[in-house]
Design a binder for this molecule. Structure first.
Ligand SMILES: *[C@@H]1O[C@H](CO)[C@@H](O)[C@H](O)[C@H]1NC(C)=O
Ligand SMILES: *[C@@H]1O[C@H](CO)[C@@H](O)[C@H](O)[C@H]1NC(C)=O
Length: 268
């Protein structure tokens, strides 16, 4: 029973060490979906590693420099409700999209985030509200890549600002390539390790054993070793092991040294 308790303790400790704590993917709830569906909510949750970061990019447009700031489900550059913010050279701010009007569409290795309900255009695009599209693509080599501005499409009535971002978070999960055999082998090795470590600790700390006796069930394993040696001897050995002994037994005379025998032979 004592051994079992020790083994369980060791096992739990190892599991705690081995198991990686998966962080709860909270925080994307602040995004209000225009149509609340489970699938869109799921796409948003995939983006959780992007939370609580201001992503910014600068670009030249008509000899003017604009800076865009994007934040996932949070106030971009601290402006309330703004998901994507445009800052011009005079530091005046325009909300391009708000995260209270979010759409999230996703595929196997990408998520398209759409923030609508931005400040409306003054003259272009039928004076509609601005809207931002952020294309987040899989890149296993970057946790979250830099934000890139692609185009500001103003040549049509349905205008939008397009951004690009690479992130490993949207990459498909690679299936474990371990075969069943390998998993069984690993489990076996683990069990043996638990047995040895647990048994050793038990023998040493509880029983107070020293030396070889610290090996768990030493007497039993010694017996197993001897029995298997006997079995192997019986099965594998082609010549009887007793022969030399029997020969010596028959000889019964006190054994002479080979050199002495040679000495007898030499004079003949
Ligand atoms: C984003 O930027 C704004 C303005 O600089 C700042 O107030 C806010 O704390 C930043 N948010 C994060 C999560 O870094
Ligand atoms: C989002 O927030 C803006 C600004 O506060 C507000 O005008 C708009 O009605 C809100 N939209 C939704 C869908 O709640």
């Amino acid at each position: 029973m004592e051994v079992l308790r020790h083994a369980t303790g060791t096992l739990l400790l190892m599991l705690m060490l081995c198991g990686s704590a998966r962080s709860a993917e909270a925080g994307t709830e602040k995004c209000k979906l225009t149509v609340e569906t489970d699938s869109e909510r799921l796409q948003l949750k995939r983006l959780a590693p992007l939370l609580n970061k201001n992503f910014s990019v600068s670009m030249m447009k008509d000899k003017e420099s604009y800076t865009y700031v994007f934040q996932l489900c949070g106030d971009a550059d601290g402006v309330p409700e703004a998901g994507v913010l445009q800052i011009d050279e005079k530091k005046s701010k325009t909300v391009v999209g708000r995260y209270n009007s979010t759409k999230a569409i996703g595929g196997s290795d990408w998520v398209m985030l759409i923030y609508e309900n931005g400040d409306h255009y003054k003259t272009h695009c039928d004076k509609a509200n601005r809207k931002a599209i952020i294309m987040i693509s899989c890149d296993r080599n970057t946790a979250v890549g830099p934000l890139e501005a692609i185009v500001e499409d103003r040549e049509r009535s349905d205008c939008f600002y397009l951004f690009e971002l690479d992130a490993s978070a949207v990459c498909p999960i690679i299936e474990s390539k371990l075969s069943t055999g390998a998993i069984i082998l690993i489990v076996l090795v683990c069990l043996v390790a638990f047995y040895l470590i647990g048994g050793f600790l038990y023998q040493r700390l509880v029983v107070g054993a020293k030396g070889m006796d610290q090996i768990p069930n030493y007497a039993f394993w010694a017996e197993v070793g001897n029995l298997s040696a006997d079995g192997c001897d019986f099965v594998c050995r082609s010549r009887k092991r007793e022969e030399p002994n029997a020969y010596r037994g028959v000889a019964s005379e006190p054994e002479e040294e080979p050199e002495e025998r040679d000495d007898h032979l030499l004079p003949m």
